[in-house]
Ligand binder design. Structure first.
Ligand code: 5GP
Length: 191
């Protein structure tokens, strides 16, 4: 029987609004590696255009807590202090790795630190927009956030930047194409 080489874990973090989702979608298309984006669970409401099971598993708080009690999360976190929970389901990560996939987690910095304790060999990438002003501009351009949400996300973003040196790789998202190319190169190097 042919044995499948186990996959690798890739963690990408960066301030909300840094363009992670856009860049990652393109990396998945461009890279020749067997990448698989892990779909996180969340209790936040879907944004327009988001699909359950594709962008996130949108769960009720009751269901999220039930799964947490059941120890189904590799890590979980209340990402913004307004009652929204996010978590990585152990099952989907383990299944992907066993099948030889390179499982990509797009998670916040604290969740990343928890995962690193269990997977110290993970490839870690911190993607950010370069400056505070640029981050604010992008959050506003998205047009989906309330003023309160923008202020909160900017505050969290500043705190997240403090984790930059805990990541093996830093990518500045000046242009999507450049960021995609940088991330593909990092992944190909395998570290
Ligand atoms: P958004 O609400 O903009 O989709 O995501 C907000 C933040 O939650 C982002 O910084 C994203 O990286 C983080 N996030 C998404 N999924 C998870 C997860 O499963 N675990 C953790 N810890 N953070 C997550």
């Amino acid at each position: 029987m042919e044995t499948v080489k186990p996959g690798k874990l890739v963690i990408i973090s960066g301030p909300s609004g840094a363009g992670k989702s856009t860049v990652l979608k393109q990396v998945l298309v461009n890279s020749a590696l067997p990448l698989e984006l892990s779909v996180s669970a969340t209790t936040r409401q879907p944004r327009p255009g988001e699909t359950d099971g594709v962008d996130y598993r949108f769960l009720s708080e009751k269901e999220f807590f039930r799964r947490r009690e059941n120890d189904e999360f590799l890590e979980w976190k209340e990402v913004f202090s307004c009652g929204d929970y996010y978590g990585t389901l152990t099952k989907s990560v383990a299944a992907g790795l066993t099948a030889g996939k390179w499982v990509v987690l797009e998670i916040d910095v604290e969740g990343a630190m928890t995962v690193l304790e269990r997977h110290p060999d993970a490839i870690t990438i911190f993607l950010h927009p370069g400056s505070d002003e640029e981050l604010e501009r992008r959050l506003r351009d998205r047009g989906t956030e309330t003023e309160e949400s923008i202020t909160r996300r900017l505050d969290v973003a500043r705190r997240e930047m403090a984790y930059l040196d805990k990541y093996k790789h830093e990518v500045v998202n000046n242009t999507v194409d450049q960021a995609v190319e940088d991330i593909c190169k990092i992944l190909t190097s395998g570290e």
